[in-house]
Ligand binder design. Structure first.
Ligand code: GDP
Ligand code: IMO
Ligand code: MG
Length: 442
């Protein structure tokens, strides 16, 4: 048995898709376990750019089975578009499987998401408008419709009738919008069923059977720890469990089956949407990072808010997820800055914080305390070995390791598969903690 979770450690968009793509050439199965098409995972393969929202990034590696797991929420129209797009690029999608337990994003979820955001005005969450909050709300309320319901027209119809009458009264009476037509939704979803029905199966059993047979399984996280429904910066979070605990819930495996956790960390911090962001830089540095890092959302195209690396968040994510190592992505973007800052503490009303404060007021209003490191000028996108990085870049990595107390196993210096530096230190630690695992070495 051998399984690895790849998880975002900040507010999403850390480069998870790129790391999953890199590692998935060595595995048998890649599993998404939470989130929906609010995720946008960009993978660059040769001249082609793939933007994946629902289908695991492993799909780009022929022969790898891919699962949209129990905890994912599926918008079937988006899924079909994604399948068509991949087929158009000659990617075989027959290896996909969808959990029958996954919930369906319905048209009313999207309307309710947008309407609520509009109503919240300046207090909005800045959601992706993909219906994520409302679909997980229905799941928790036990009024959701699941992918398996697509396979039984009668049940689907009954559930839709029941749910739509309630949702239409909210849409009309609370938000003053036009009600939705049941026939239209029913017909659309029955057409979707014809297209995706063949992929729907018992993926819980499948994942566990792969693990029983000592096959290599990768769990692909979406969003990041700071967007986790319980552990993130609530209410400015998504509605699913994005952490290592969420892997077990959303894929249906016991905690002991997760062999390794890898946290993906962008070399600086970004966030899309509203909510606290202590190290945000609104001036030159923020603009530099956004421009050079092309920090615009894969899903919504919104400009991402940018700022210095916040090690307070990384220490917190390390505590929550208990990773074996972290991967630093986009180190190449920092080349050219005179000096670099890493936040190692907060100060609020004279009190110093060395751990992430639980109270949102503190997180909203605190002043970040930084250590400052001289930057480096050389571009590093072509560097293959750690030793060949500029001295200051190595120092930056080593300071992160010292502060977060987790080894950095890989450093990404560009979006392409080959632009990765693998370090030995984490492999040694893995040998020490977990026994030998040669499959990770690319
Ligand atoms: P995800 O949601 O965590 O998969 O991340 P996104 O795909 O939304 O955002 C990461 C972006 O950075 C994508 O456009 C990647 O192609 C790109 N990227 C990933 N790693 C690197 C890197 O090391 N250097 C550069 N320059 N770009 C990277
Ligand atoms: P990946 O997987 C970055 C953010 C939204 C918003 C909040 C709630 O690409 O890292 P939602 O639509 O989920 O209800 O929005 O969460 N958000 C993301 N930010 N990357 C993502 O996914 C995100 N998915 C949701 O911007 O602030
Ligand atoms: Mg993304």
């Amino acid at each position: 048995m051998s399984s690895i979770a790849i998880l975002g450690f900040q507010w999403g968009d850390e480069g998870k898709g790129r790391i999953v793509d890199l590692l998935s050439g060595r595995v048998d199965l890649v599993v998404r376990f939470q989130g929906g098409n609010n995720a946008g995972h960009t993978v660059i393969k040769g001249d082609e750019v793939f933007k994946l929202h629902l289908i695991p990034s492993g799909i780009l590696n022929p022969g790898v089975k891919c699962i949209i797991g129990d905890g994912v929420v599926v918008n079937p129209a988006v899924l079909i578009d994604e399948l068509d797009d991949l087929k158009g690029k000659n990617i075989n999608t027959e290896n996909l499987r969808i959990s029958g337990k996954a919930h369906l994003v319905m048209p009313y979820h999207i309307i309710l998401d947008k309407a609520r955001e509009h109503r919240l005005g300046k207090y909005n969450i800045g959601t992706t408008h993909k219906g994520i909050g409302p679909v997980y709300t229905d799941k928790a309320a036990r009024s959701g419709i699941r992918t398996q319901d697509l396979l039984d027209r009668e049940i689907f119809r009954t559930k839709l009738e029941e749910e739509l009458s309630l949702k239409n009264s909210i849409i009309e009476k609370v938000y003053g919008l036009e009600p939705l037509d049941i026939e239209e939704i029913y017909e659309d979803y029955m057409l979707y069923s014809e297209r995706i029905g063949k992929y729907i199966t018992d993926t819980t059993l499948m994942v566990n059977q792969y693990l029983d047979n000592n096959r290599e399984v990768l769990f692909e996280g979406a969003q990041g720890t700071m967007l986790d429904i319980d552990q993130g910066t609530y209410p400015y979070v998504t509605s699913s469990s994005t952490t290592s605990g969420g892997v077990c819930i959303g894929a249906g495996i016991g905690p002991g089956r997760l062999d390794e956790v890898i946290g993906v960390v962008k070399a600086y911090t970004t966030r899309v949407g509203s909510g606290p962001f202590p190290t945000e830089e609104k001036g030159y540095t923020g603009e530099f990072l956004r421009k050079k890092g092309n920090e615009y959302g894969t899903t919504t195209g919104r400009a991402r808010r940018c700022g210095w690396l916040d090690a307070m968040i990384l220490k917190y994510s390390a505590m929550i997820n208990y990773p074996d190592s972290i991967v630093i992505t986009k180190l190449d973007i920092l080349s050219g800055l005179d000096s670099l800052k890493i936040c190692t503490g907060y100060e609020y009303k004279g009190k110093k914080y060395s751990d992430l404060p639980y109270h949102q007021t503190v997180l909203h209003k605190c002043r970040p305390e930084y250590i400052e490191i001289e930057g480096w000028k050389d571009e590093i996108a072509g560097v293959k070995n750690y030793e060949d990085l500029p001295e200051q870049a190595k120092k930056y990595i080593e300071v992160i390791e010292q502060v977060v107390k987790i080894p950095v196993s890989m450093i990404s210096v560009g979006p392409e598969r080959s632009q990765i530096i693998i370090r030995d230190r984490s492999l040694k630690r893995r040998l020490f903690r977990r026994g030998s695992r040669s499959t990770l070495i690319v």
